[in-house]
Design a protein around this ligand. Sequence first.
Ligand SMILES: C[S@@+](CC[C@H](N)C(=O)[O-])C[C@H]1O[C@@H](n2cnc3c(N)ncnc32)[C@H](O)[C@@H]1O
Length: 287
Amino acid sequence: MTGSVDLRGGDWLDDNRANWDERVPIHVASDFYDQGPLRVGGSVLDPISRAGVGRLFPDGLASARVLHLQCHFGSDTLSLANLGATVVGLDFSRPAVEEARRMAAELDVDGRARFVEANLYDARHVLPEPESFDLVFTTWGTIGWLPDVAEWARIIAWFLKPGGRLFFADGHPAAYVFDGADGPGGMPTFQYPYAKAGPDVLDDDSDYADADASLVNARTWEWMHPLDEVFGSLRAAGLTIDDFTEHYEVPWQIFPATVPKGDGMFGWPAERWLPLSYELVASAPAS
Ligand SMILES: C[S@@+](CC[C@H](N)C(=O)[O-])C[C@H]1O[C@@H](n2cnc3c(N)ncnc32)[C@H](O)[C@@H]1O
């Protein structure tokens, strides 16, 4: 849900960028973002992304050009590079992009890994390469920072080659209506509307990757995007939805009641109360 927001600038962009800039060194130093596997040529992709990309590229990523939107400091981007892809990562945080470039050089994949510092909504201006990617990859904590999913979808469609695919995975909006641990047995309770128009402007100094962190730039602007908005935006941009799967696990502890399920994933302790995440594959017309 968009409301009227200037997509190219304003308090929402400044506040969110300051928040993410501050998180970068905290995340780089955290166990949550363990870079060890990257340093031995491996991947830190979560199991949902790993399996999803594997299904899209059963013969491997060696000839694939991948655009990773909202790439943070490049862990997943460099995982895809380690799997053989030629990658471009885009993020609006300068410290994130600087760290991604540093890591790409350390891993000696900088010939196949480029990082661009930009607001998502400026992507077509800073990366004038229409129809040049086999895969647009964007996962976990992305569209919630974006006011306008219709424009996001148009940007993705603009970058995809004919027949190119989008791989998208994120927290499920049905789960995002809940929060906290005040329900029976420490379960989260209903707190937010599913289809709120306009942003939630939050002041929260905590960070999901480091329980000890206390952020100075605590204000964020976040948007709920119902499933029909995501599906409708991708379709309106000319993409076909090829695959959609709801998952009962997510790669961070989304609620205190969720428990480790192995491989970095968290899920409900017993019943599958409601989906915690989803993955979606969409494709551009073949020609
Ligand atoms: C939760 S992180 C994504 C993390 C990613 N899944 C990972 O673990 O590598 C969200 C990212 O979106 C970026 N971001 C937020 N708003 C953005 C915008 N308007 N344009 C570009 N990047 C943005 C932030 O800088 C941050 O790196």
